[in-house]
Design a protein around this ligand. Structure first.
Ligand code: MG
Length: 256
């Protein structure tokens, strides 16, 4: 299933998106927490405003340097154990929402990533059990103020600004993520072209590692790291993160 959160001008609701990504069938309730039923209402996707498919109630767990080619371009080796950081849920925006460049930074980068949405409360998950706690997958842009990341010594501010965690366009619940092409475009130009097969630590290992530190809750999101090709974004540009089998997350960049 492809589960979208959207609005037609009223309160946000959820819906099931068809395979072509053109139609959306409205459902009752929140699929993360409740049984859902079709309401009978359908919309064209182009006629609704898609919202971030999940607003994590608890946390976004980012993973740093999880592709060897990206670790190399940052000037190092991938860490032996997954390197985790936390992003506040106030950083989340949805498809089409602007990424707002903050005045504190003059070097903001895109990072196209596969995001894992957790579906069950869990703790101390072993890797062989990890796929059972996944609700689904979506596209993410782990926007990073690179200059502040270097200067601050830790990454909370550099990755946690409002609008720095675009998610969407929807959650795909049935997906083999072992080898999915991940492409990032800046103003239409391909700037990252990788595959999830190149993750240093796979999704099962990441969930296990994270859950041995933190209780994971439904709606928590794990950003699984970015392949090589990160680079700057400027006001007026648009970034698209496309993952095979999911779709395309597209966001304009602005500076107030
Ligand atoms: Mg990242």
């Amino acid at each position: 299933m492809r589960i979208a959160r959207f609005t037609t001008g009223e309160d946000p609701v959820y819906g099931l998106v068809d395979g072509a990504g053109e139609k959306i069938a409205e459902v009752t309730g929140d699929p993360l927490y409740q049984r859902i039923e079709l309401t009978g209402a359908t919309h064209r996707v182009e006629d609704v405003r898609l919202l971030a498919p999940v607003i994590p109630r608890s946390k976004i767990i980012g993973i740093g340097k999880n592709y060897a080619d990206h670790a190399a371009e940052m000037g190092g080796e991938p860490p032996a154990e997954p390197l985790m950081f936390l992003v506040p849920n106030t950083a989340v925006v949805g498809p089409g929402d602007p990424v707002v460049l903050p005045p504190q930074s003059s070097e903001v980068h895109y990072e196209g990533e596969l995001a894992v949405v957790i579906g069950r409360l869990c703790k101390d998950v072993e890797p062989e059990d990890a796929l059972g706690v996944i609700f689904g997958y979506t596209c993410a842009n782990d926007v990073t103020a690179r200059d502040l990341q270097r200067g601050d010594g830790q990454w909370a501010r550099a990755k946690g600004f409002d609008t720095f965690s675009p998610l969407g366009p929807w959650i795909e619940t049935d997906l083999d993520i072992s080898d999915l092409r991940l492409v990032t475009r800046r103003d239409g130009e391909v700037v990252q072209d990788g595959t999830t097969a190149d993750m240093v630590h796979g999704v099962a290992a990441l969930i296990s590692h994270a859950s041995k530190a933190f209780t994971l809750l439904p709606g928590d999101v794990i950003l699984t790291g970015t392949p090589a090709g990160v680079g700057p974004i400027e006001s007026g540009q648009r970034v698209e993160v496309e993952i095979e089998g999911i779709g395309t997350l597209s966001n304009p960049v602005i500076r107030h």
